[in-house]
Design a protein around this ligand. Structure first.
Ligand code: IPD
Ligand code: CA
Length: 286
C-alpha cells in the first residue's frame, strides 16, 4: 500500500484518470470507425495521414485532462503542445496506428502518458502510461514502480511480464518503418540482413502496441527509429514496468533516434548487432 499523499499515490490516481479517459476516447474512436473513416489530410508524406477522428479524439482527451488537471501541460500528436505550471505533462497519441485505423485493421490504440520534467523523451521521467486498443478491448496500464497490467474496460487486470531470455535465433522481433521513403528503404535493408538471424520479424503498425507486446511476451523485442514522443511515451513505461529494457543508442533514452525494447540480455545482444548491420545511419533532418 502506497502512503497517501506521496508522488507514487498521486501517480496511481492519475493513472486511473488516464484509464477512464482512454476508455471514453476508445469508445469514440471505435464508433467513428464503424461510421466510416476517410483521410482528412496528409502530413510529412502521402503515407502519413490524419483522419477527422484523430483530431476529434485528441480534442476529447485534451478537454477531459484540462477539466481534471488544469495546471498540467499537454503534448499531443494532432494539436501540439500547451504549457502548464505543475511540471507534469500529458503526452497523448489520440490514435496510434492511424493507417491500420483507416484500413479497418483492428490494431490501433489510444495512448496516454504522464511524464515529469521537460516534455523531451531524452530527459523526461515517465510516471504513468495507459494504452487501449478499443477494437479488441485490451487495456494496458503501468505506473512507475507499480508493475504493468493488462485488463479490459471492465477491469480484471492481470500483471504482465516480458518474456524471459531467448537466443537470437528464437527471437520474435517487432519493428516499424519511417514515413520518409529513403529512410524506410534503408531500414528495410537492415531488416533484410537481420531476418535470417532471428525467429521472425513482425510489422504491426502501432508503436505503442509493439511496446505492450514486449511487455506481455507476445514479442521478444521491438526496434524502430523516427518515432515521435507520443508514439512511445506510454508504451515505454509499460514495457519497463514489465521488466524490459527500453533504450536508445548507448546511454541515451529512447527518442526519434532509436527505441529498442527487449528483455535485458537480448537487448544487449541486439543493439551492437543492429549497429553492425547498418541501423545507425544518419537520419534526414525533419
Ligand atoms: C505510427 C505508428 C507506426 C510507426 C510510425 C508511427 P501514427 O504512428 O506507431 O507503427 O511505425 O512510426 O508514426 O502515425 O499511426 O500515430
Ligand atoms: Ca497518431
Amino acid at each position: 500500500m502506497r502512503p497517501a499523499g506521496s508522488l507514487d499515490s498521486m501517480t496511481t490516481e492519475l493513472l486511473d484518470l488516464a484509464r477512464t479517459i482512454a476508455l471514453e476516447a476508445g469508445e469514440l474512436a471505435a464508433r467513428r470507425r464503424r461510421e466510416g473513416v476517410e483521410v482528412a489530410a496528409t502530413k510529412s508524406t502521402l503515407s502519413d495521414v490524419v483522419t477527422d477522428a484523430d483530431r476529434e479524439v485528441e480534442l476529447l482527451i485534451r478537454g477531459r485532462l484540462h477539466d481534471a488537471r488544469p495546471e498540467d501541460a499537454f503534448l499531443g500528436e494532432e494539436g501540439g503542445a500547451v504549457g502548464g505550471p505543475s511540471g507534469l505533462t500529458w503526452v497523448v497519441d489520440p490514435i496510434d496506428g492511424t493507417a491500420n485505423y483507416l484500413y479497418g485493421i483492428p490494431h490501433y490504440a489510444i495512448s496516454i502518458a504522464l511524464v515529469e520534467g521537460d516534455p523531451d523523451p531524452l530527459t523526461w521521467r515517465g510516471l504513468a502510461g495507459c494504452v487501449f486498443n478499443p477494437a479488441i478491448g485490451e487495456l494496458y496500464t503501468a505506473d512507475r514502480g507499480g508493475g504493468a497490467f493488462l485488463g479490459g474496460s471492465r477491469g480484471n487486470d492481470v500483471e504482465i511480464r516480458a518474456a524471459g531470455p531467448v537466443p537470437l535465433e528464437l527471437a520474435m522481433i517487432n519493428t516499424g518503418f519511417a514515413y520518409n521513403a529513403t529512410t524506410r528503404g534503408r531500414q528495410g535493408e537492415v531488416i533484410t540482413r537481420l531476418l535470417p538471424m532471428v525467429r521472425d520479424i513482425r510489422r504491426f503498425g502501432t508503436a505503442s502496441l509493439d511496446l505492450c507486446m514486449v511487455a506481455n511476451g507476445r514479442a521478444n523485442a521491438y526496434v524502430e527509429r523516427t518515432l515521435s514522443p507520443w508514439d512511445h511515451a506510454a508504451g515505454a513505461i509499460i514495457a519497463r514496468e514489465a521488466g524490459a529494457v527500453v533504450k536508445g543508442f548507448g546511454d541515451a533514452a529512447p527518442s526519434s533516434d532509436l527505441i529498442l525494447a527487449a528483455e535485458p540480455m537480448l537487448a544487449a545482444r541486439l543493439e551492437p548487432l543492429l549497429i553492425e548491420l547498418g541501423m545507425r545511419f544518419e537520419l534526414p533532418s525533419s
